[in-house]
Design a protein around this ligand. Sequence first.
Ligand code: AOF
Ligand code: ZN
Length: 349
Amino acid sequence: MAYRQAEQAAMARALDLARTPGVPTGPNPRVGCVILAPDGRVVAEGFHRGAGTPHAEVDALDRAGDLARGGTAVVTLEPCNHSGRTGPCAVALVDAGVARVVYAQSDHNPVAVGGAETLKRSGVDVEGGLMADEARTVNPVWTFAVEHGRPYVTWKFATTLDGRSAAADGTSRWVSSRPARLDTHRLRGLCDAILVGTETVLVDDPQLTVRDEHDENLPRERQLLRAVMGLRDVPADRRVRDDAADTVVLHTRDPHEALAELFARDRQHVFLEGGPTLAAAFLAADLVDEVVAYVAPMLLGAGRSAVGDLGIGTISQARHLDVTDVHVLGEGAETNVRITMVPQRRASA
Ligand code: AOF
Ligand code: ZN
């Protein structure tokens, strides 16, 4: 029993290690590992520091040396089974002589899957699922992406109180106020790709980079991938073609295809910032996972709708969303209300 308590305490510690501040999220999950001696003493700790660096188990094993022999590895994610940017952790644990492995979350990533089986086949005692729910919250976006085989999609738009994103003549400055624009850059920075349609690039010519209040010009390595989807060409003079960040043109109008291509490029969180047509296509395909709306206290009465036709003819077919957060940004003429929502899944989806 005392040993069980040691494992539980070690898992709580491993989860803290996984959440070490400053470790970048995506494309790899954040993972922590604690190695216990046969008597339950902690002999080493480790955590993963981002793609290309040693996995958590290897980091901990390196510190443990011979003390890992006959001990228990407590790790927040099922040890991987593949040689990717680094070698398979399941094999490293066996080679180190670890007798037991306790992990929290199973790894459903097709490339890494099978670590628990490999360990068992080598005679290691394996237990999965300890504090699994908590472990999933450490990497919510990564977990979503590997389980769905596509990136998580956050759709952001700015609108007037009456749902217009531009006036009748096409002008749209400033439906979103300065505080809302700064907030948008902050949210972009949490994602790893930003997606618009060719129409937005041709009409609005946005640069689609991340800037923040403190660091106006973020270095290129902290910029996210700019993705433009559609069948039209993106001329060389467009701002997304500059060298501030990488840009990919996805030659498709199909949201499924676009997301598959981005997932293949290790992208797990897409910030959808296109116009009404692109938004409608993603909503119709049930490929919007989160919605962030910046609502301006402004009326236009006419002009471009924030969302294109969803094929809804009667109120019973309306798309419903659950509100998860409401926040007021700025003040006076610069006030915007940010509403964060999650679309309700349709019964058929
Ligand atoms: C582990 N321990 O600490 C991490 C794991 O590109 P690679 O080789 O780094 O592999 C990335 C995949 O490996 C990642 O998507 C996930 O399935 C697993 N990450 N596995 O055993 C770790 N970070
Ligand atoms: Zn690994």
